[in-house]
Design a protein around this ligand. Structure first.
Ligand code: G
Ligand code: G
Ligand code: MN
Ligand code: NA
Length: 254
């Protein structure tokens, strides 16, 4: 079966869902928020991970429709966690380049926040450098307008793209996310350690927060803490979880 058709059906049949991976504040140890990650509960296949189908969503443009649904679902979840006593949980969503170019991202975000009465401060957008650069002027305008209402923005997979540092300061972003490629061997490869430290220091010089993804060991965590990284995300703390499990983890305080 053609993958595009299968994905259209999956979307219509509500087989797509979001899992949520906690981000931990390295200064306080508290859960600082979560990243929503798309999964496909595919009948006969089990849980399918985005590496297998997000490229198809992007290539076919389906990522705009699905992306709108992701933003709506994230806002619904923010409101649900507020309502059930879990509390304010900041939710980051991954945003594809085509959502800026082909979709009316600003309107989609505004409507989703309003529909669920979710505080804008609890929504964060994660964009790759490539997405930022593919239509820089449009992206700057949208991000500025969303920042004005309180929405946060982070650059995902930082260090792997080709954005110039001079350009970076023109984007109204709040946070850099160090790519997993520099975290994996951070305790054994001096070059990776140096790059991570340089990103952290540069981010702080630009008054940006910095998070490291893909943290799997205590040694990686300790290196990042000593380097003054603000937040970490990764299997060492927790894999992405279904919303009920994530809610229980937040309520338990760890
Ligand atoms: O969860 P996993 O590590 O398999 O995700 C793999 C890739 O898929 C990541 O690069 C991530 O950015 C991307 N991805 C996951 N969820 C979403 C989503 O909701 N929207 C978009 N556009 N990409 C996503
Ligand atoms: O948006 P992005 O591509 O950065 O998505 C993060 C991806 O990394 C997700 O697919 C998530 O499942 C995965 N991931 C999260 N934590 C870890 C980790 O500690 N190690 C590895 N190898 N992958 C992780
Ligand atoms: Mn991400
Ligand atoms: Na990433």
């Amino acid at each position: 079966l053609d993958m595009e058709l299968a994905l259209r059906r999956a979307f219509d049949n509500r087989e797509l869902l979001l899992h949520y991976q906690p981000k931990v504040n390295l200064h306080t140890g508290a859960i600082a928020g979560v990243e929503s990650l798309l999964r496909w509960q595919r009948p006969g296949f089990g849980l399918v991970y985005p590496a297998e189908f997000v490229p198809v969503l992007e290539d076919t443009g389906l990522v705009v429709r699905v992306g709108n649904w992701i933003i709506d679902t994230a806002c619904r979840q923010i409101a649900a966690w507020l309502a059930d006593g879990t509390g304010p949980v900041r939710v980051a969503v991954n945003v594809a380049s085509r959502q800026f170019v082909e979709g009316d991202l600003e309107q989609v975000v505004r409507e989703a926040l309003a529909r669920h009465q979710a505080p804008a401060e609890l929504l964060e957008l994660e964009l790759t450098e490539t997405a930022l650069m593919s239509n820089a002027e449009r992206t700057i305008t949208v991000l500025k307008n969303l920042k004005a209402i309180g929405v946060k923005a982070a650059i995902d997979d930082f260090g792997t793209g080709y954005s110039s540092l001079a350009y970076l300061q023109r984007f109204p972003i709040d946070k850099l996310k160090i790519d997993i490629a520099f975290v994996r061997e951070i305790t054994t490869n001096p070059n990776d350690a140096a790059i991570a430290l340089a990103i952290i220091n540069m981010a702080h010089s630009l008054k940006l927060q910095v998070i490291a993804e893909g943290v799997e060991t205590r040694a990686q965590l300790e290196y990042l803490r000593r380097s003054r990284c603000d937040e970490i995300q990764g299997y060492f703390f927790s894999p992405p979880l279904p919303p009920e499990e994530l809610g229980r983890m937040v309520q338990a305080g760890h």
